[in-house]
Write a protein that binds this ligand. Sequence first.
Ligand SMILES: [Zn+2]
Length: 419
Amino acid sequence: MRPASRGSHAAPRRLRAPSVARAAGRHAGAPGGDTTAGVSALLRAVPNPSRRVVVTSVVFWATAGGLFSGHQVATHQQAVAAQAHRHAVVVEQAAIASDDARTLDLLADATRRQQSAQILAAHRVSMFDTAGRAQKVVLAASTLTTGTVDELADPQLPAALPPDLAGLDEALARVRVALAAQDDVTARAVVGGMEQQVLAAAQAHASTAADRVAGDLAVVPGDRNATAVGDLVARVQQAAATTDVIGAAQAAVSADGAATAVAQAASVERARVASSAAAARNGVDRGAWGGNVNGRIPASALRSPAFDSKVLLREDAARALDRLNAAFRAKFGRNIAVGDSYRSLAAQFSTKEQRPTLAAAPGTSNHGWGLAVDLTGGIDDAASAQHTWMDAHAAEFGWVNPDWAKSERFEPWHWEFVG
Ligand SMILES: [Zn+2]
């Protein structure tokens, strides 16, 4: 061959650094403009048909990079490129052996195109990955905020982000700007921060759920949701360790739901225990008298003690309270202060509303039988001299601060007439 011929043909066009936007396939028709010319040149330059096929595949790969977009396509292109490269080496070796300078030059040009396209494809794979991570953050944030898990919904950031997700919208905007500018490095860094924020929020949700059930576990230890909460909290931690934002968000929301179910079960159980305890303490039958209905005793059937006309009680309880008051007055120089006595059913309902944990189930209170008083003026303080005196002497007059009011519910003010 003629060594001089190497310089005799037009110098291979330098491969212009391909526009990433064009190669990303966003602009139909744009890609391949200059490579098409390159293909023709190569085909003209390579006389051997079998070599033509190989060179064509090298150039086609470089061109195809601009025709498609998508993670799978890009990955496939990398595989095709690798194969084309192997073939190109064979062509190159043949060209070297036959001193075919023009083919060598064109092959070098095609190789540069191929390398650029490979870099481009790798960059595109990376950008798809970044965009995918951002989408996952959006879905996780939406899951955490709405408390629902719907992977099929078009993921969108909630319009109003909760405090622990604040700023995700601005970060997402920065990711979009960076990706549009092909700046994967910036996009990746911002997405990394978003992921950490969502994972922290998911972990906070989970630990809140665990805290919520802590007090309920003793009430409903066998509840299946109680064990589920623990499992789900562990799952959130595992997902966080592998930056699985969606897994973490879904497990956190599920933990939340399980905790709510546990709280409801515990609340039902507490109400059941309280109501049966109240029934045992203030049972309708035990307190019932005169054919009356608890909380619906006619005023004519009730009496006031002589020292306080606002107080209403069963007649014997009112008389006993008068006698107790006389002794109290001798000791302290003043009357017993009564805050509340007979309580109608309506009043029992409103008391229950105001003091749900203290008041008895409506219709079961001894106040509804005119057999209980709530005392003030010091007696309501268990440490006071008045309360101590009452504890020592009231029973002599048939009045007691019941055992339950000293233990399971603390009501030093509540006294009942036991005759
Ligand atoms: Zn009371």
